[in-house]
Ligand binder design. Structure first.
Ligand SMILES: [Zn+2]
Ligand SMILES: [Zn+2]
Length: 85
């Protein structure tokens, strides 16, 4: 596993307020937000129309995300489809 970004609660809140970068570009909407733990890119979840977090993994191979929804801090590994401890 690569070294993953440590996201503070302040960073998570700031990222949440920013929103999904790719959706903003196209004027789209998202449901929930995730942040890439390799490069810090903000993307939207699989319940969102554009599923940018998953697309980011497919395009870059960055397999680790964290939820930045308020009150959530779980992390997910796209390669194994498992939560990260
Ligand atoms: Zn999006
Ligand atoms: Zn990334």
């Amino acid at each position: 596993m690569p070294e993953l970004l440590e996201i503070t609660e302040d960073q998570a809140r700031a990222a949440y307020e920013k929103g999904c970068e790719e959706c903003i570009k196209i004027g789209g909407q998202w449901v929930h937000l995730r942040i890439c733990l390799v490069c810090g890119k903000i993307g939207c979840c699989d319940s969102s129309p554009m599923t940018h977090a998953t697309k980011h993994f497919q395009e870059t191979g960055h397999a680790f995300v964290r939820s930045i929804e308020p009150g959530e801090d779980w992390k997910w590994n796209y390669e194994t489809n498992e939560f990260i401890d």
